[in-house]
Design a protein around this ligand. Structure first.
Ligand code: WTA
Length: 655
């Protein structure tokens, strides 16, 4: 898509200054303070980050080298330092915060459990010893497929403690997706649970795990199973062991394994432009630093805060703002396993009231969904402890922003709209709440030390306001991804090739306004955001064509009031198109098929059958045309290249 065609359509004029009462006790209190940091970073980018790394990380052996760019765009930060991420999240808090609550866990049924830093430390040590006893060593990959319970955090921290590389697979992914990820990572161990709960239903994690392992995953040697749902599940002798059993006779002390700064902390698979999800690889020191500075700058975390990020740990937001960031700064956080509408649409606000949440971080899709249920629901709850709100994952429309501001923040709480990605590790563009005035729908300004810009097709900075272009980051930052696991070429091609390895290409389009504020416009590639979940259209297309009756498929996003985007599929069948384009049984079957191949989050809302798909002369599917049709818009594209214009009627469901 040429930037000339990227029109910016949002013109939001409202401006919300930081409330003086908030700014007065904020870590960064004014634009002047923020600009001082920005200047430090601009003067000496490497020194700025090195200072932060010395200040914020407890090193086992301090680093002497800051940034190694000799193999750019493979960057190495703080290369010769030694540290342990779990030590930084747990041990260093034991001196002053041993009895402070680290995690307040709430289950959907209302069960509440509190875990202190001392208890969490012991549990992590025990589980780390259990991993060792089961043959896991530094560098081994461990796949985690679990519900949102404290043991998920314990498992991840235990991996970090012994230098094992975790790869969490979201519990909503199917057996097939789990298998693909286990095989790509070459994982030695799988950690799962008998089942999770959501929306009153049991998520059959062990069943899916068994299916994945039955078909392949030859590298897996053992499976640790947590009892959570309590249902009876088959355990395979010699392979499957219960969590409770492996932690029974091991010590609750475990010396951390000191790893190099660049040692991979985790892989997290995410979707891109091709059919196969990619394993984004993060480092130890740089990544940890990103989660810490953003907890401080963007979430303005204080010792007495109760922090709640509603994201599932299966996504990057849960990695950075559940498992690592809050613990690394010694905060108290809430974890909730369940749906926002159980028993009713007040559940989030009820949790905020009961646990006295001060900082609340969620996705626009959740805000829109809860907004639809009516203003009277949040009005029933005491939300007076809230002092800061955040959003992440997709652009937030000004209407939802204003509702959040009015009905949840009571016009008192700043809203921090955080732009970042699985690849960036932590927030890169976001308002620092005590300093930056906000505009509904804008993620405002880049953080100190983050060289974000919007450029045209040639890579030139776009200086004219409100002109769309590609969002790029012009200097390396410590918490950037390091590579794609097992696929160097894809790392280079996806993020660096477009501008000759000079800039990191985010894959989003954006524009800057008169004040230099960033407005994210959407993806420049074939990635969808469905309820904030990142899905590749090609992934869904390959799932569809794997069905014996499907010859060809094209998937696009259709605007959806709550989900942001919904999955819309155009399908060409082997053999005849159903009469009138309708075959309800087949549509049902294909939707179930995609659920089985990827997971329920990828299930198409609409499926439309056509004799052919519209293609350009060079044979490329005309996705823009398909998007317009899905959105029910008038067609403005040139359709003269279509072999058969009657196809348009079929695609529009009119024939
Ligand atoms: C989108 C989620 C607008 C964007 C942390 C990005 C956003 C993709 C925002 C990454 C935001 C994320 N405003 N769009 N505040 N935050 N995005 O990897 O398109 O699941 O490229 O990481 O989400 O999605 P991912």
């Amino acid at each position: 898509m040429a930037p000339a065609n990227i029109e910016s359509i949002l013109h939001e004029q409202r401006l919300f200054q930081p409330a003086p009462a908030f700014a007065a006790r904020a870590r960064i209190k004014s634009m002047r303070e923020l600009q001082a940091l920005q200047q430090q970073a601009a003067q000496d980018h490497e020194k700025f980050w090195a200072d932060r790394a010395r200040e914020q990380i407890s090193w086992h052996k301090p680093f002497t080298k800051i940034l190694d760019s000799s193999k750019a765009p493979h960057y190495r930060w703080f290369d010769d330092g030694l540290l342990n991420v779990s030590y930084n999240c747990l041990d260093r808090n034991l001196k002053d915060k041993a009895h402070k609550t680290a995690i307040i866990f709430e289950g959907e049924q209302g069960d509440v459990r509190r875990v202190t830093y001392a208890e969490l430390h012991r549990e992590v040590c025990r589980f780390a010893n259990a991993l060792k006893a089961n043959g896991i060593k530094k560098g081994d990959r461990v796949v985690i497929y679990m519900p949102m319970v404290p043991e998920m955090v314990i498992a991840m921290q235990a991996c970090a403690r012994i230098g094992a590389i975790h790869s969490v697979v979201f519990g909503g992914f199917s057996a097939q997706s789990l298998q693909d990820r286990i095989e790509d990572a070459g994982a030695k161990m799988l950690i799962t649970a008998d089942g999770g709960t959501r929306g009153g239903k049991i998520i059959e994690l062990k069943l899916a795990a068994d299916q994945a392992l039955a078909k392949g995953c030859s590298t897996i040697e053992s499976v640790i199973v947590l009892k959570r749902s309590g249902q009876t599940i088959p355990m395979q002798n010699g392979r499957d062991v219960w969590w409770d059993d492996v932690v029974k006779n091991v010590s609750d002390q475990c010396e951390p394994v000191w790893v190099e700064s660049e040692h991979p902390l985790f892989l997290l698979y995410t979707s891109g432009s091709t059919g196969k999800p990619k394993g984004v690889q993060h480092s130890s020191a740089g990544y940890l630093l990103g989660t810490i500075v953003t907890m401080q700058w963007v979430f303005d975390i204080h010792d007495d805060d109760i922090f709640w990020c509603t994201a599932d740990v299966g996504w990057v937001t849960g990695h950075s703002y559940v498992t690592y960031g809050p613990l690394a700064v010694g905060a108290t956080m809430v974890m909730y396993e369940g749906a926002p509408t159980i028993p009713d649409g007040g559940r989030f606000w009820d949790i905020c009231q009961r646990h006295k949440i001060t900082i609340f971080y969620t996705a626009p899709t959740a805000i829109r969904g809860l907004m639809k249920l009516g203003d009277d629901i949040p009005a029933k709850y005491d939300l007076s402890k809230l002092r800061l709100l955040g959003t992440v994952g997709e652009p937030i429309n000004p209407e939802a922003w204003m509702w959040y501001h009015t009905h949840i923040g009571h016009e008192r709480c700043p809203i921090t709209d955080t732009w970042w990605q699985t690849e960036t590790g932590a927030h890169l563009i976001a308002p620092i709440p005590g300093a930056v005035a906000t505009k509904p729908g804008s993620c405002t300004l880049p953080l100190p030390g983050i060289a974000a810009d919007v450029v045209d097709e040639e890579g030139n900075s776009i200086t004219a306001p409100n002109q769309g272009g590609y969002l790029v980051i012009k200097k390396p930052w410590p918490f950037m991804l390091r590579t794609i696991w097992g696929d160097e070429q894809r790392y280079l091609d996806t993020y660096w090739k477009k501008f000759n390895n000079k800039y990191y290409v985010a894959g989003d389009t954006a524009h800057k306004d008169e004040d230099g504020y960033f407005w994210i416009m959407g993806r420049a590639d074939d990635v969808l955001k469905v309820s904030g979940h990142r899905l590749g259209t090609m992934e869904i297309e390959s799932a569809l064509v794997a069905h014996p009756r499907v010859a060809e498929a094209a998937v696009v996003g259709k605007p959806d009031e709550v989900k942001g985007e919904a999955v819309f599929a155009y399908v060409v069948l082997r053999g005849a198109r159903p009469a009138g384009g309708v075959d309800e049984a087949l549509t049902k079957e294909l939707r179930a098929w995609v659920t089985e191949q990827i997971g329920p989050i990828a299930r198409p809302d609409d499926i439309r059958y056509a004799d052919n798909l519209p293609k350009t002369r060079s044979g490329k599917i005309m996705r823009r045309l398909l998007r317009s049709i899905a959105a029910g818009e008038a067609i403005t594209q040139d359709t003269s290249t279509l072999e058969n214009e009657a196809i348009l009627l079929q695609l529009r469901g009119k024939a």
